[in-house]
Structures are given as C-alpha cells and as structure tokens.
Design a protein. Sequence first.
Length: 190
Amino acid sequence: MIVQTRRSTRVTLAILCAAAIVGCARSTDARLSTVERTAIADTLRTLITSAYDLSRPGDAVGRMMSLYPPSGNVVSASGGRVSVSRDSLEAGIRAFWQYVGQNMRDPRWQWDEMHIDVLARDAAVLTATYHVPHRTPRGDPHTIAGAITVAFQRRDGRWSVVQEHLSDVPPDAPADSSSGAATAPSEHMH
C-alpha cells in the first residue's frame, strides 16, 4: 500500500510538473504585450527593408544574405524550386544579382503591403508584396515585382529567416493588381 501511494504521488507530481512547464511556456508567449509585439514587428521590418535597400552602396548580396543564419539549412522556395542549404540559397541570390540586379539602373525596392504576425518572442512570419522600378541598361523603364513570405526565428539573440517563399508577378501583369498603386505598409500582430 505504501509503495502504491508513493508511486501514485510520484506520478501525480510528474503530471503536475509537466502541466506547469507547458503552462509556463504557453503563458510566457500569451503574455506578450502589444509593445513587445510592435517592437518585434518594427525590428523585422527594419531588417528586411535594410537588407533589400538597393540604393545603399556596397555588397548587395551580403546584405541580403545577412537575413539568414550564418550556418545550417534554410528552406527556400522560389521559381518553382526548393532548396534547403544556405549555399544553394546564396548561389541563387548571387545569380539573381549577376544577371538581373546589377543590370538595373537606379533601382528602388518599394514595399507595398507588409503583414507581420508575431507568433512568440522568438518566432514571427512576414508576408509582403514589393516592386522594383528601374531602368534597363538601354534606359527603358522596367519593373520587377512579387510577393515574399518569410518565417523568422530568433536564435542566440539574432533574428534570422529560416524558411521563405518568393513568387514573381508575371512580366505582363501590373505590380499591384488590386489598385495599380502601392499601398501603405501594414502589420497584423496576433
């Protein structure tokens, strides 16, 4: 009887401890204040707009790669393909820059809509549309545009993109098909 009581007590304590740990983990994120959510959203908005600021001199590929963790895998879906290594992602960004980016004259990366869902203190998702008006090497006006969704995770105090999906607007479609004009950035924080 004493053995059974001790076993029941240990089981009960183990269940209570497990419930407390789960409850604390959930309540920590549940207690994320509006100020905290806004601060995280502002940080992520600044990171991505800075990385894609084509008006800044210097290494554009390096700035774009600064969004990703310094090592390990990154899942990236673009152009109907999926890559999972940081090296293949970097090769894709370098190819874009070599064949498209460096040939754009006076490019301006413009964010149209930006939605940021702060999921926890260390996780968020950003979905945005963008367009990049520029001139071709011959001086003709041209625009590339698309949508991007990125999953950010904070590791060791640093926000990094761990998964992404990019889709291009077809060349003959308007950059913003809803109104023909850019819309103000917005955010949704849950």
